[in-house]
Write a protein that binds this ligand. Structure first.
Ligand code: MN
Ligand code: MN
Length: 283
């Protein structure tokens, strides 16, 4: 009897421990492709050419607010899960976006040439490898900003790579990236604009990541303990490669940009999440 009871206790303990451990892991649901604006439209952008400073451009791969006179997006928002990832090669087919309203200047593949700034993706090439068409869409110049090379190739690359490690661990991530201000410092020094004034060089480059276990009905699943990572970095070639040192609150980004980020999340949850500064792992 004694041995049997011991076994029973052991078995029950094992089941209890197994359950406890299971609850700590992301729910093993299949990854899906979800709406890019599921957590909100930060600036209330609309697809009306009269709104030339806040023009909504919807693509299957990402959604953005474009500023005609800056020649860049204000922000780009995209959903990332393993459902977006595949084996498509990097297309490198930088080109103008001919879906902009008629008569608008179309930034070209050579508009940044010789400026000392990279053609920096918002939605990265490596986040859209599910098909050639998906990858190619990331090379539209409407998805680019003039980004200091060190910011693009080190700080931003590190953050993008870290985001995909989360995705490879069973999470989906809503990513919102944008820029603000005028004037940055690339590898050839300071510039306020390039391409004869058609493209504004931003001063700051920011990103917000909302990290959820794979699932659906995402806005409603965001709680006050959901991991939200917000960063605000200088568009300056002296930037540190360590993105973690630029963490800030969503509230601070909202104050800097005038946007309402995560507006589809319940107001009480938003208030709690947006005041925090992430201190989680950075790699
Ligand atoms: Mn989802
Ligand atoms: Mn908000």
């Amino acid at each position: 009897m004694f041995r049997v009871d011991n076994c029973r206790v052991g078995l029950l303990l094992s089941i209890a421990l197994l359950s406890a451990c299971t609850e700590q892991e992301p729910t093993p649901l299949a990854a899906t492709r979800d709406g890019h604006l599921a957590l909100g439209n930060p600036s209330g952008a609309v697809a009306d050419a009269a709104q030339y400073g806040n023009y909504l451009l919807v693509k299957p791969q990402y959604t953005l607010s474009y500023h005609r006179d800056r020649g860049t997006p204000n922000w780009v928002s995209w959903h990332l899960s393993s459902a977006w990832l595949g084996a498509a090669a990097r297309q490198d087919d930088f080109r103008p976006d001919n879906t902009l309203p008629a008569g608008w200047y179309q930034v070209s593949s050579s508009s940044y040439s010789g400026s000392g700034f990279d053609r920096g993706h918002h939605c990265p090439s490596a986040d859209r490898t599910g098909s050639v068409a998906d990858n190619s869409a990331t090379f539209l110049m409407s998805n680019m900003l003039p980004q200091a090379p060190r910011n693009n190739q080190q700080t931003w690359a590190n953050l993008e790579n870290y985001t995909r490690t989360l995705v490879n661990s069973g999470y989906e991530v809503y990513v919102i990236m944008g820029s603000y201000g005028k004037g940055g410092t690339g590898s050839a020094g300071y510039a306020a604009t390039l391409n004869g004034g058609k493209v504004t060089v931003p001063t700051r480059i920011w990103k917000v990541l909302v990290v959820l276990p794979n699932g659906t009905g995402d806005a409603a699943r965001v709680t006050s303990s959901t991991r939200v990572i917000a960063v605000d970095t200088p568009n300056d070639n002296g930037v540190s490669p360590n993105w973690g040192s630029y963490r800030t609150s969503v509230d601070a980004l909202e104050a800097a940009t005038g946007y309402d980020l995560l507006s589809a999340v319940a107001p009480g949850v938003q208030a709690s999440l947006e005041a925090k500064i992430d201190n989680g792992p950075t790699q």
